[in-house]
Design a binder for this molecule. Structure first.
Ligand code: ADP
Ligand code: ZN
Ligand code: ZN
Length: 816
């Protein structure tokens, strides 16, 4: 008798044993996939963990349905890493597998399939069963795998679907992906018949009465002699201050001609087209220090101010590592994965780069997975968001974690609730690779690790090319309000600076950390503000759609005309978001082009790239946005950054609020003045004497670090204590309270005063579930492993209490 232990992509912690025959046992290896029956009618894809001959005690084994791979798609090293993740972040290996593998690898009864967009002709090549499914999908747009099973009336359905997938005939349905419509940029040229000087003179003479048209032409010639490059219609319109109608008149007359060039930033050219830049003195020094630090450290932190040229240093290191035949992983927070950076790297490394992140379709991700697995040159360098950590690397030489301080490296939900930066250190260790973290504003933890010798530390204090750090000015809006020097949410200082910048054809970024029009609508008669029926938060007013929306569950309703409670029509709005700023700008600067960048305007796959493209092409004068603006963008022409209100950052109820405020404000400021002209930053605040704002304004990371570290020490927070957060959720408030109190008391028996709570979070109910939190603080001298084991035991007893069976418990290790 032969058996295999299989890991299923589910939260249960045990492995499941199935029986196989002798041939199967000889063929199967760890990391291959098998389709297996589960429960009464379910099908799952499981991963073979081991092959053995020990029958399990206590149950009859079922046999497998089918083997899905000829070779393992998961390497032993990956499994080791994932086992570490499961143990460290207190979840099941199955949950890690579910997060790690593209869903097309994990077909199950619930999976939905549809025909792929690719045109398929060769029907002859299909087997009978494949053809039946293919035909079924022509009649209905999608099928559940269970339906497919009914249609074919056979068990081994998964392998047939797998074959259709491999042939690219069908796809697994996920979220709907937006089709990319390449953006066409309009250019203007002179009609060929006017290129001779004589004709030109005639032309200009003929236009003496069409004053505006003549003006446009003159500007066209000026631009033409100045740049020698194609002239975009936007540039021409802007320079000549002409209306679109004037331009159109010239085109209609056959004097000017328009033509379009595709401006496609998503399709890269395959060729490496740029030489790697020669590093300057400071970069060479930093590069040398990194190299020598790697001799004694596995992890090095590069602390370099914004625009100091960190990326170029990474490029040098990458070049060196791939020359030795090894793979490189370059990790970035999702939002910083802009085409800007990708194009830049593509220029250096050509087709040795692959990109991997969640906005890619399943098929694209499967392709990258396979390329990495077979060590194709095409995927020697992977740029990706946190999930790229899970790829089947065989031979990693270097991991770069850029913007190391970014909270989005942490996955909050669902499990595994992992921090990709920290997990990357373990991955690098398994490969005996080096890891370089980079940031202009390192997290307190990483900087502490560097200062205490756990990591190497290398610093770059100056911007590249002697560009000055921006000049940061704090504007006291309390005083400005008192002196009546505010127009809407704009101080006279901010308006002055904006006017100056716009006059010079430069660009402005305005930062407001809230989307929507205004967070709270309040009745001035009775004081009541409309609440979400499903969550304990006030609804946010979105003017554009004239709606009230919940930012936690998506609930929305039409904005009311009068108060629901007292009927009075005296509704007032409090606070303000990006949308309101955008509206105010349209009145304040009617001639400037204003755009907004926040979650509401960047939903589609390419919406974000398109905004960035427009900013790059100078089709936008003023960009208003949330913290999305802060991430690693490199623009030449932004000379002013305005922070509308710094206070709502600082007042956030979280022990990290001050550190995060510093990071965010520094990063946003870093967008200003990346060329010779010194950039300007204006931060509006009610509290200009706040320590953090002062530290931001003089760019003093060290002072911020020292002060915050002391606070962390005093209040027992990381890096001095580790934390584990336990979250309880239930529809019933009393039950969730009772459950969390029971759990908390069990923990207190062991950990005493190091248990905080249970208490409700600031938003105590989300999607109709009440929430309670317990925080476990773990001093350095207390074993993390034993602590987790104890929590595990408490949870096991908890699970056996019938009364609490509906309560969901999530455990979040290093929950910051
Ligand atoms: P950081 O990653 O630290 O923000 P970047 O690497 O983006 O900085 O560099 C800032 C700017 O300076 C970029 O436009 C980059 O092209 C330019 N730059 C950096 N190093 C060099 C170099 N050695 N030679 C030429 N240009 C450089
Ligand atoms: Zn009222
Ligand atoms: Zn809600």
């Amino acid at each position: 008798m032969y058996f295999i232990d299989v890991i299923l992509p589910i939260p249960l912690k045990q492995a499941f044993t199935y029986s196989v025959n002798k041939d199967e046992a000889a063929f199967l290896k760890q990391g291959m996939r098998v389709a297996i029956p589960f429960g009464k009618s379910k099908v799952y894809t499981g991963i073979v963990y081991q092959v053995h001959d020990q029958p399990p005690v206590g149950y009859e084994t079922k046999s497998i349905d089918h083997i899905l791979d000829e070779n393992p798609i998961i390497t032993p090293l990956q499994l080791k890493h994932w086992e570490w993740l499961a143990a460290y972040y207190m979840c099941s290996l199955g949950e890690v597998i579910k997060a790690a593998l593209p869903s097309a690898f994990l077909l199950e009864s619930e999976t939905i399939i549809k025909l792929s967009s690719r045109n398929f002709q060769d029907e002859e090549s299909l087997s009978d069963d494949e053809f039946v499914l293919y035909e079924a999908l022509q009649h209905q747009s999608s099928l559940h795998i269970n339906d497919a099973r009914a249609i074919l009336d056979r068990k081994n359905i998964v392998s047939i679907i797998q074959k259709l997938l491999d042939k690219n005939i069908i796809e697994v349905e996920e979220t709907v992906y937006e089709q990319y419509v390449p953006k066409m940029k309009r250019y203007i040229k002179l009609a060929p018949k006017y290129t001779s000087e004589e004709k030109l003179r005639e032309l200009l003479d003929s236009l003496t009465r069409a004053h505006k048209q003549r003006e446009v032409l003159m500007h066209f010639f000026m631009l033409n002699t100045k740049t020698k490059k194609p002239i975009s219609s936007t540039a021409l319109q802007k320079k000549s201050e002409a209306s679109a109608a004037t331009l159109k008149a010239l085109i209609d007359k056959g004097i000017l001609e328009e033509y379009y060039v595709q401006q496609d930033r998503v399709e890269f050219s395959d060729e490496a087209s740029s030489e790697i830049k020669t590093l300057n003195e400071a970069q060479i020094k930093a590069y040398g220090e990194i190299k020598s630090s790697f001799e004694t450290n596995d992890v090095v932190l590069l602390h370099g101010v914004t625009s100091s040229g960190k990326t170029e240093i990474y490029v040098r290191l990458i070049e060196e590592v791939i020359a030795t035949g090894k793979q490189v992983l370059y990790m970035l927070p999702e939002i910083a994965l802009t085409t800007q950076l990708i194009t830049r790297l593509q220029k250096y490394f050509g087709e040795r780069i692959s990109v991997y992140h969640s906005k890619f379709s399943v098929n694209e991700r499967v392709e990258v997975w396979k390329n990495v697995l077979s060590e194709k040159p095409k995927s020697q360098i992977i740029i990706g968001a946190r999930s790229s950590l899970f790829l089947p690397f065989k031979n990693l030489g270097l991991i770069i974690v850029d913007e190391e301080h970014e909270p989005s490296f942490k996955q909050y939900s669902p499990a595994p609730r992992y921090n990709a930066r920290d997990s990357a250190i373990v991955l690098a260790n398994l490969h005996k690779a080096k890891l370089l973290m980079g940031s202009a504003t390192p997290s307190l933890e990483s900087y502490h690790n560097a200062k205490t010798g756990k990591f190497g530390l290398v610093t770059l204090k100056k911007r590249f090319g002697n560009v000055l750090m921006p000049d940061i000015e704090l504007v006291d809006i309390k005083e400005k309000t008192r002196k009546k020097q505010m127009t809407g949410h704009f101080s006279d200082r901010l308006l002055e600076e904006m006017q100056e910048v716009l006059k010079n054809d430069e660009q402005v970024i305005l930062f407001q950390n809230r989307r929507g029009f205004s967070p709270v609508v309040e009745c001035t008669t009775c004081g009541i503000s409309p609440q979400c029926p499903n969550c304990d938060v006030s609804l946010t007013f979105h003017q554009y759609k004239n709606q009230l929306r919940c930012h936690y569950c998506g609930y929305h309703m039409a904005m009311m005309k009068s108060c629901i409670a007292c009927g009075s029509e005296t509704l007032d709005t409090k606070g303000f978001g990006t949308e309101q700023i955008e509206t105010e700008l349209k009145t304040l600067f009617p001639n400037s082009k204003v755009a907004r960048m926040d979650q509401d305007t960047t939903k589609g796959k390419h919406a974000y790239s398109k905004l960035i493209e427009a900013l790059e092409n100078e089709e936008i004068d003023i960009l208003v946005g949330t913290q999305m603006l802060a991430k690693g963008l490199d623009f030449r022409n932004i000379s002013l950054v305005g922070v509308m209100n710094a206070d709502n950052l600082l007042n956030f109820p979280d022990f990290r609020a001050h550190e995060r405020s510093f990071q965010l404000l520094q990063q946003v400021s870093g967008r200003a003045g990346r060329t010779q002209k010194r950039g300007k930053v204006l931060i509006q605040t009610y509290n200009p004497y706040h320590q953090i704002l002062k530290q931001v304004s003089v760019n003093d990371y060290e002072a911020m670090y020292k002060e915050q570290l002391e606070e962390r020490y005093n209040y027992k927070y990381p890096p001095f204590y580790r934390t584990i957060k336990i979250v309880f959720k239930d529809k019933n408030l009393t039950r969730v309270q009772k459950a969390s109190v029971w759990f908390g008391q069990a923990l207190e028996l062991q950990f005493k005063e190091n248990i905080l709570g249970p208490e409700p979070p600031p938003v105590g109910r989300i999607k109709n579930k009440y929430i309670m939190n317990i925080l476990v603080k773990i001093p350095k001298n207390q074993s993390l492993e034993k602590t987790k084991k104890y929590i595990d035991n408490v949870q096991r007893s908890f699970n056996s209490i019938k009364e609490f069976s509906s309560v969901r418990v999530n455990i979040d290790v290093d929950n910051y």
